[in-house]
Design a protein around this ligand. Structure first.
Ligand SMILES: Nc1ncnc2c1ncn2[C@@H]1O[C@H](COP(=O)(O)OP(=O)(O)O)[C@@H](O)[C@H]1O
Ligand SMILES: [Mg+2]
Length: 261
């Protein structure tokens, strides 16, 4: 039993008339309030999995429960309501370039019919959490990558969701900025108890942030457990390869005095 429960999730795409199976029976339990990491190579199906949880993508088969709610059974209006409970952040930030920070953060509230005065208050609160109170009237084009992702985070949490899906949220950022964004996510998690699903291809991100993790390979969760356990004794091919490259990379970095996380 978890706060997010996924059972036997299948998803295939059709590519030039041929089925491309991407998720082939994913099972996952994520506890309420934890930061859970999913790692896998590029193309493993991580983004597809995240997008099936909020139904930006429709799964073919299987079950997704979030806080006891059967996500795949929701009708359109129920889904729109439930989506407010599931925030999402992306590698490319997905901000509206022609809108101010204020408008970007306020967007989810605006489309869900929240009153103007309440929007303002909650937007200010979210902007404060991410440290952008002094940038409300700036446009994304004038912000650094880290600031853009802070806007993304504020927009994702402004509706006070209980779940945050983070899909490679730090993959476009330098190590120092990555660290500050991970700090911020940890802080938000500790303060609000929000459950975070952190999807990444970067081991450092998982190691730094996640108490538990899973490895996605060939469309299934091939191993999962406490992060320290999986790090100490990876059983899967992905795990082993990842950690081997990681070790070499780390020792390289240490040798040259690089500034890894
Ligand atoms: N809309 C789509 N149509 C066809 N194929 C897709 C689509 N979205 C993803 N894929 C394919 O599904 C596989 C998994 O993609 P994705 O979930 O983005 O992986 P990851 O996030 O782990 O890199 C890839 O082979 C990708 O090309
Ligand atoms: Mg992806």
């Amino acid at each position: 039993m978890g706060y997010i429960e996924i059972r036997g999730l299948h998803k295939a795409f059709s590519v030039r008339g041929q089925p491309l199976p991407v998720l082939q029976g994913v099972d996952l339990d994520i506890e309420e309030g934890e930061i859970f990491g999913i790692i896998g190579y590029s193309g493993a199906g991580k983004s597809t999995l995240a997008r099936c949880i909020n139904r930006l993508e429709e799964a073919d088969k299987g079950e997704i429960l979030v806080g006891g709610i059967n996500i795949r059974a929701l009708n359109k209006s129920e889904l729109l309501r439930e989506r407010r409970n599931i925030g999402m952040i992306f590698q490319q930030f997905n901000l509206f370039e022609a809108q101010t920070v204020y408008e970007n953060i306020a967007y989810p509230l605006k489309i869900s019919g929240v009153s103007r005065s309440e929007i303002r208050g909650r937007m200010m609160e979210a902007a404060k959490v991410v440290g952008l109170s002094d940038k409300l009237y700036a446009y994304p084009g004038g912000l650094s990558g880290g600031q853009k992702q802070r806007v993304g985070i504020a927009r994702a949490i402004v509706g006070r969701p209980s779940v945050l899906l983070s899909d490679e949220a730090t993959s476009a950022l330098d190590p120092k900025t990555t660290l500050s964004i991970l700090e911020l996510l940890k802080e938000i998690n500790a303060k609000t108890g929000i459950t975070i699903l952190m999807i990444t291809h970067e081991l450092d991100v998982i190691k730094y942030s996640c108490s538990r993790m899973a490895v996605l390979e060939n469309g299934v969760i091939i191993e999962s457990g406490d992060t320290s356990e999986v790090f100490g004794n990876p059983k899967s091919k992905t795990g082993e390869l990842f950690f081997k490259v990681y070790d070499e990379f780390r020792s390289d970095k240490e040798y040259t005095g690089g500034d890894g996380i």
